[in-house]
Design a protein around this ligand. Structure first.
Ligand code: NI
Ligand code: MN
Length: 224
């Protein structure tokens, strides 16, 4: 499995012959490692309806035919813009040829830029090739992360930007609850209110000694 961090919360996962793109906010992110036109995913997964997560979903999906997996309100809204999708919801899992996708709770909000309700915000757990990956989406720290981590996690993407989500200190507490083998910080530095030092976050993880921190720069990948 090859996992590429594309910047902000955007992640490309290549697993079991499928390409999964999560939260593709690219063309309006000057720090993004790819343009929307360069990507040809089989599936697009959205954690919630905010613009810095929906990003270029419509352009990519309508060009590539990628199937959208997202909370049902998001799938219904984007269907009107020509996107083909499968509506899911928190706690729901579904099997695909590449593995299983499960939507988990996230403490946040979810609406489109025009104010339309986007359903509940979510995180995503992907099981593929015998690995278990968690993308937390945008969220506050919450105790049930322990339940998400209890079957074991090989990798967790956790927001550290603060202001809208967990900051490094809360994300380190989240890592203690989730106890993943590795943690990749996301959702920082894109805008002034979420400037953070990822090295400070890695130091907090190191003090705990449970999870290895990997501060991937946009475009960097990790192989599992
Ligand atoms: Ni958000
Ligand atoms: Mn966000």
């Amino acid at each position: 499995m090859i996992i590429t961090f594309l910047g902000h919360s955007a992640v490309l996962i290549e697993a079991a012959g499928a390409k999964l793109l999560i939260d593709p906010f690219l063309d309006e992110n000057p720090l993004a490692a790819a343009r929307s036109t360069e990507l040809d995913p089989d599936y697009i997964l959205l954690t919630h309806a905010h613009g810095d997560h929906v990003g270029d979903t419509v352009a990519i999906a309508t060009r590539s035919g990628a199937k959208l997996l997202a909370p049902v309100e998001i799938v219904r809204y984007l269907a009107k813009r020509g996107v083909d999708g499968i509506g899911m919801n928190i706690g729901g899992a579904r099997s695909f040829p590449f593995g299983t996708v499960r939507f988990t709770p996230a403490w946040h909000s979810s609406s489109f830029d025009d104010g339309t309700y986007g359903g509940m915000p979510t995180g995503v757990v992907l099981e593929a090739e015998g690995k278990r990956i968690y993308h937390a989406g945008d969220t506050a720290l919450f105790g049930d992360m322990q339940l998400i981590g209890s079957p074991g996690l090989d990798l967790a993407f956790l927001p550290i930007g603060g202001n809208f989500t967990m900051d490094p200190s809360d994300a380190a507490a989240a890592a203690r609850l989730l106890s993943p083998t590795r943690v990749v910080p996301i959702h920082y530095d894109t805008f002034p209110p979420i400037r953070q030092d990822p090295e400070a976050f890695l130091r907090l993880l190191q003090e705990d000694g449970e999870s290895e921190g990997l501060a991937l720069r946009p475009g960097e990948r990790v192989e599992l």
